[in-house]
Design a protein around this ligand. Structure first.
Ligand SMILES: O=C[C@H](O)COP(=O)(O)O
Length: 248
């Protein structure tokens, strides 16, 4: 049962025009494993520029979008706008959106529903905080966050990638161990098989995110339920190529 490995590079609020051009040049040189789907999450202001210079084998994602097509929502962008400039993906529910900008499960779900309705593919992020993990609530939190997405996704699972990103591992240098990540991915798949369907559970790709580097990617990629990565800091560096190629 082949789940195509999918690696996202989330540039977050980093880079200027010169640096994003350099990153694209590095990606062009690769070489990138042709069996891996690659998506780069680009700051909104550079989306159209990056889309215009990136090779066709790499997909461009927005890092957020709003839940309706247009209107009086100062500072926001819509899925229609993302599609209009040629990009096809959006990252939603990232823990930085949840914790810094106060996005709740319901809002994330509304955004996911609208993005999918408008033909975008979605990387939907979930994950527990350190406090929640230490309280033994990892599964409870991850299942709650995913449950909120079920009606939003409906029968559109083919256009969704889940990204499990334990908040305590993001940007901290503390990667979840392969066993810790595998355990959550496996229990999420079991939960999906009960709460969505066996087909969804078997087919959905679950990325791991949180301090992924070239040094730890191969071991994580070898876990049976880890189907890719969502990479922050290391996606700005040439080592991103090695992370994309971690299954080789
Ligand atoms: O979206 C990416 C994650 O937040 C991981 O970031 P990081 O690789 O810098 O820890």
């Amino acid at each position: 049962m082949g789940r195509k490995f999918v690696v996202g590079g989330n540039w977050k609020m980093n880079g200027d025009k010169k640096q994003v051009t350099e990153i694209v040049e590095t990606l062009k040189k690769g070489p990138l494993d042709p069996n891996v789907e690659v998506v780069v999450g680009v700051p909104a202001i550079y989306l159209e520029y990056v889309q215009s210079i990136i090779p066709g084998n790499i997909n461009v994602a927005a890092q957020n979008c709003w839940k309706v097509a247009k209107g009086a929502f100062t500072g926001e962008i819509s899925p229609a706008m993302i599609k209009d400039i040629g990009a096809n993906w959006v990252i939603l529910g990232h823990s930085e959106r949840r914790t810094i900008f106060g996005e709740k499960d319901e809002l994330v779900a509304e955004k996911v529903a609208h993005a999918l309705e408008n033909g975008l593919k979605v990387i939907a992020c979930i994950g527990e905080t350190l406090e929640e993990r230490e309280a033994g609530k990892t599964e409870e939190v991850v299942f709650r966050q995913t449950k909120a997405l079920l009606p939003a996704i409906g029968n559109n699972w083919a256009n969704v990638v889940l990204a499990y990103e334990p908040v305590w591992a993001i940007g901290t240098g503390k990667t979840a161990s392969p066993q810790q990540a595998q355990d959550v991915h496996a229990s999420l798949r079991t939960w999906l098989s009960t709460n969505a369907s066996a087909d969804v559970a078997a087919a959905v790709r679950i990325q791991y995110g949180g301090s992924v580097t070239a040094a730890n990617a191969k071991e994580l990629a070898a876990c049976p339920d880890i189907d890719g990565f969502l990479v922050g800091g290391a996606s700005l560096k040439p080592e991103f190529i090695d992370i994309v190629n971690a299954t080789q």
